[in-house]
Write a protein that binds this ligand. Structure first.
Ligand code: G6P
Length: 613
């Protein structure tokens, strides 16, 4: 969470920093700030404001520091200290000489702060970050990089920060531990930021900063140290991302754009991995076919929407490959007695590759000797470094906080994995695998046809009629369970309406008590072997006066006699229906939140990446 950016170069950088922050706003948006340094030393402009970037722009006005050619910026998602201007970044040392923007957490900040206070240092914020500029200022002897190298070993936790000193305006110094930080290398200029989109319009040459490295960045050069040892230059990598990924491309929101990008995300995730003979090639798992065939047990760890993809993955892997799968939220897994070990496969699903709990759960399993694979969307992310192998989704950059295309791409990647394992385990015949491969290949096409039809508009229109409801119950069975979990999560995330999601068979053990005349109940009732059971559950809730909004497979004529509303989902085989059925629920949540006038791309209190426990 939090986005940081720094610039040093030959151009006026005020607008570069503000635009860069806008590109990072998905990381946090409760407050923001920036500071620009004067060429002759000192701070020429420093502004902080509560709210998102537009509020910062308003607070900053038009031009105060417009000629400055170096500076830092920050967009915050509060962890330590309330959302106030004083707690917004950049933070400065008491004498004003050192400025710092940080993402992450300094876990030993209480101890560091009281040590400094005993020395008479006065603090102005409640944040953990403020200890960093205070410590750097005390160590400073005319060389900012040397001071940062002194301070770094004393910092506990996980963080990325950029520091500036008023006496060295043509230099920024940065470091990271388990939080992302990338250098963007331009012609006579350097960017340093939490993520590549911050500077993608300006340069595509990037260098990833490694844990505990200190980097000094000047307009035309950069120097990296590990401890006191200067490390030789690392060649930059060139990113081929589409810069429009960070734009809305004609859609009213990023979320809507990303919902419509799902066919492409699914096609790309299949890519060349699915062979004409139905075999699947997954390069990068870190396990050859023989080793994969020996896997007897799989654990999946993840958070939020990625966890829901993992739940779908369990059905696929257990059905197609007959290997038992345990799926658990990472924040619980990491603190339980871990029984994974050599011979087990642990899959950490995290689109960002940054979620702290998922990384920690992967680490626990890895320490015990399990083979850990990261299923992620971001190349070079922390999850890819903390694992033995990687399986990438190829969904492209996702900016909307509520995950959509990365979720369906995760399910597709898990389907490919399950198909591969099914073949290796001889649980699928070659004819069976070939059929499944054909079905998988068809999924992006049916999703595309659905999104281009009038169905999404119809879902939005239905959603608008429910905008004033105070509560929704979501039900499903079998693969419909994770779909209803995800549908309910989408709705609560972006519309703030309380939802409860339950396996339909469990409904009579509690949630049914919540139903009143007219209570809306969303039921995932796609075609499959539990369809009739789901219909029975529909009867039970209707008998209590509930209004049923069913998600059903296109062409199912029976459902209309049971439901008050039907949200059609494209036709796929039952086990692949979670991809098809979640899309109408994404659109339902979207339509409902928009008709309540809400900002779906930046829901309150949430952040796209959660790099804190
Ligand atoms: C946050 C986001 C969710 C996401 C979850 C896990 O809560 O708001 O959209 O599903 O983190 O993120 P990850 O990057 O690990 O998939």
């Amino acid at each position: 969470m939090c986005g940081i950016i720094g610039y040093v170069g030959g151009r006026p950088c005020r607008e570069l920093i503000l635009t860069g922050l806008e590109r990072l706003e998905y990381r946090g948006y409760d407050s923001a700030g920036f500071a620009l340094l004067a060429e002759t030393g000192g701070v020429v402009e420093a502004v902080r404001a509560v709210g998102n970037l537009s509020q910062l722009r308003t607070a900053a006005g038009l031009n105060a520091g417009s000629s400055a050619t170096s500076g830092v910026g920050h967009t915050r998602w509060a962890t330590h200290g309330r959302v106030t201007t004083e707690n917004a970044h950049p933070h400065t040392s008491a004498d004003g000489s050192v400025l710092v923007v940080m993402n992450g957490i300094i876990e030993n900040y209480v101890e560091l702060r009281s040590e400094l206070q005993d020395l008479g240092v006065v603090f102005r914020s409640d944040t953990d970050t403020e200890v960093i500029p205070q410590m750097i200022a005390r160590e400073y002897r005319g060389d900012l990089a040397a001071a940062v190298r002194e301070v770094l070993p004393r910092l506990g936790g996980h963080f990325a920060f950029v520091a500036a000193h008023v006496d060295e305006p043509d230099r920024l110094v940065a470091s990271r531990r388990e939080c992302p930080l990338v250098l963007g290398i331009g012609d006579g200029e350097r960017f340093i930021a939490s993520a590549i989109p911050a500077f993608l319009r300006e340069t595509r040459e990037v260098m990833l900063i490694e844990d505990d490295e200190v980097i000094s960045v000047e307009a035309g050069s950069h120097t990296v140290w590990r401890g006191d040892l200067e490390i030789g230059p690392r060649p930059p990598q060139r990113v081929d991302w589409d810069e429009d990924a960070a734009e809305k491309g004609g859609y009213e929101t990023f979320m809507l754009k990303e919902i419509h990008e799902q066919p492409a995300a699914l096609w790309d995730t299949i890519g060349d991995r699915l062979k004409p003979d139905g075999s699947v090639e997954l390069i990068g798992l870190g396990l050859d076919d023989a080793a994969l065939a020996r896997v007897e047990r799989i654990h999946v760890v993840a958070c939020g929407t990625s966890y829901h993809a993992g739940l779908v993955g369990r059905y696929l892997i257990e059905d197609w490959a007959r290997v038992p799968v345990h799926v658990e939220v990472a924040s619980e897994y990491r603190y339980r007695t871990c029984l994974a070990g050599p011979g087990d496969l642990v899959i950490g699903i995290t689109q960002s590759g940054e979620t702290a709990d998922t990384l920690a759960a992967m680490r626990v399993a890895r320490e015990r000797g399990a083979h850990v694979v990261a299923l992620t969307n971001i190349m070079g992310s922390q999850a890819t470094r903390d694992s033995d192998g990687v399986l990438y989704t190829r969904a492209g950059l996702e900016i909307g906080v509520a995950a959509t295309k990365t979720h369906t791409a995760q399910i597709m990647a898990l389907s490919l994995f399950a198909l591969k394992l099914g073949r290796l385990k001889w649980a699928l015949t070659s004819a069976g695998a070939l059929d499944l491969a054909d079905e998988l290949r068809r999924v992006p096409d049916v999703v595309e046809a659905y999104l281009e039809s009038s169905a999404p508009e119809e879902v939005m229109a239905t959603a608008a009629t429910y905008a004033d409801r105070a509560f929704f119950l979501y039900l499903g069975r079998h693969v419909g369970v994770p779909v209803c979990f995800e549908g309910a999560l989408k709705l609560k995330e972006i519309s703030y309406i309380p939802t409860e999601a339950y396996p339909a068979g469990e409904m009579k053990h509690g949630p049914i008590a919540l139903l009143e005349e007219g209570s809306p109940v969303v039921v995932v009732a796609t075609d499959g072997h539990v369809f009739d059971k789901v219909v029975s559950n529909i009867q039970e809730v209707r008998a209590r006066g509930a209004r049923v909004i069913a998600v059903a497979t296109e062409g199912n004529e029976e459902i209309e006699s049971h439901a008050d509303e039907v949200l059609w989902a494209p036709r796929t085989p039952a086990l692949l229906s979670p991809i098809a059925a979640v899309i109408p629920l994404q659109i339902f949540a979207y339509g409902l939140a928009r008709s309540r006038g809400l900002n779906v791309d930046q829901p309150r209190n949430l952040a796209k990446t959660v790099t804190v426990e």
